[in-house]
Design a protein around this ligand. Structure first.
Ligand code: ZN
Length: 131
């Protein structure tokens, strides 16, 4: 997980957050061990902004990988490290193995907290739920 956290921290350095100054980096490990990164990308039209996790997911899928085993996120403060927003919890679950791990660290890379994605999104909507 240390490598994944370092990758998330590195991606955070490239975050485009001129409006909120809330910089976030994310790194996803696919089931083949490859790592895919993303950072938040804000926009003057605020709703068009992109979360770091979504960017990392897009990079993973663009690389031809569709199963993630872990994600690390770097951002926020020691008291409130950046955890995936509701939309990103659903996006991540689309590609996650059942026991996918999530690690969050603050903007300095400390304050590690580890959890399972399933704990962040109980009863998430899945392929099998579609009619
Ligand atoms: Zn999000």
């Amino acid at each position: 997980m240390d490598e994944l956290i370092a990758a998330a921290r590195g991606a955070r350095a490239n975050a485009y957050a001129p409006y909120s100054a809330y910089r976030v980096g994310a790194a996803i490990r696919a089931d083949d061990g490859s790592v895919h990164i993303g950072c938040n990308v804000e926009n003057a039209a605020y709703p068009e902004s992109l979360c770091a996790e979504a960017g990392a997911l897009a990079a993973m899928v663009a690389a031809g990988k569709t199963r993630l085993v872990a994600v690390a996120i770097c951002g926020g403060t020691a008291e409130r490290p950046a955890v995936p927003c509701g939309g990103c919890r659903q996006k991540l679950s689309e590609f996650a193995i059942p026991d996918a791990e999530v690690a969050v660290v603050d903007g300095e890379g400390g304050g590690l907290r580890r959890m399972r994605l399933a704990a962040l999104l109980p009863f998430g909507f899945a392929l099998g739920d579609r009619q």
